[in-house]
Design a protein. Structure first.
Length: 290
């Protein structure tokens, strides 16, 4: 588990059940030069929970192997920390409790670091900033939040979009959906009037259902997205953030962003966290998100 100009937005979020499959990426050596004192669930290995559809952050390829921006990023960081990394597919709803119980070390999903979530998990430095997008059937007359009064509106269970719906769409009938895809199918079946999606997921949904949906409302998220980490792993989190900072400062992070979000200029809200990226973009002559 972001205020950006709406050109071509990407992705689809989540699955309904935990997958037994795991994928391991080898780091650049044995764990921490012969010994891991990070307190990881499995010494020498980062156990990272992912969802099967958080494109382009993480999603399965044709063989079911997790791929995406966060996979590329975390493989690099694991290598630099001399650790292996194992990806285990789950859902946000199941993954967060698994994180707090120590089943996972981190959750490699773009999650908003909300105050409520910070009560149970820690977060890495910011990786993204986006927006909540309300999509409706193509023939819908909904144009504003008030138009959703009494309407059935779906949102992914335990997602930032569900938090947004509870806070901003209180006059609508909120329906918790297992995944974004399931909610969209309910719209198409006539069982929902709208679905709240994250901005990075909308484009893929529109690709899969051309001409059947449209954007009715967009609203900026209050905070950036980051990866969740078990609160007990303070030393690991510090080391992870150091590597993340180095990759941001040397231009690697921006290259990954531009690879996976080719149509979304880098959001200026992120400059407060990564001033070096602002300098990199200015050197490129690229136009950031206003």
């Amino acid at each position: 588990m972001y205020r950006l100009p709406f050109r071509r937005l990407l992705g689809v979020l989540g699955i309904a059940a935990v997958s037994a499959a795991t994928v391991t990426a080898c780091g650049g050596g044995d764990s921490a030069a012969g010994g891991d004192d990070y307190g990881l669930a499995q010494p020498g290995t980062i156990t990272a929970a992912v969802t099967a559809g958080d494109y382009p952050f993480v999603s399965p390829d044709a063989s079911g192997k997790p791929v995406g921006m966060l996979v590329d990023l975390n493989n690099l960081i694991a290598d630099r920390m001399h650790l292996k990394i194992v990806y285990k597919t789950t859902t946000v709803a199941a993954g967060l409790p698994g994180l707090t119980s120590g089943q996972y070390d981190m959750m490699s999903v773009g999650l908003v670091a909300s105050a409520e979530r910070k009560k149970s998990v820690a977060f890495t430095k910011a990786i993204f900033w986006g927006q909540n997008v309300v999509v409706v059937p193509a023939n819908s007359t909904v144009k504003a939040i008030g138009d959703l009064t009494g309407k059935r509106v779906g949102a992914g269970a335990n997602s930032t979009q569900e938090d947004f719906a509870k806070k901003k769409l209180s006059n609508a009938q909120l329906v918790s959906e297992a995944t974004d895809g399931a909610g969209v199918n309910q719209i198409l079946a006539g069982n929902l009037d709208a679905m709240v999606l994250g901005s990075t997921h909308v484009g893929q949904i529109f690709k899969e259902h051309p001409g059947t949906l449209k954007v009715a409302i967009t609203s900026p998220q209050d905070q950036p997205g980051a990866e969740a980490v078990n609160k007990k792993l303070t030393k690991f989190l510090d080391a992870y953030n150091k590597e993340l900072t180095d990759l941001a400062n040397d231009g690697t992070f921006l290259k990954l962003y531009q690879k996976y979000f080719p149509d979304l200029p880098y959001p200026t809200q992120m400059y407060q966290f990564w001033p070096s990226i602002k300098d990199q973009i200015e050197k490129q002559g690229a136009k950031p998100t206003p």
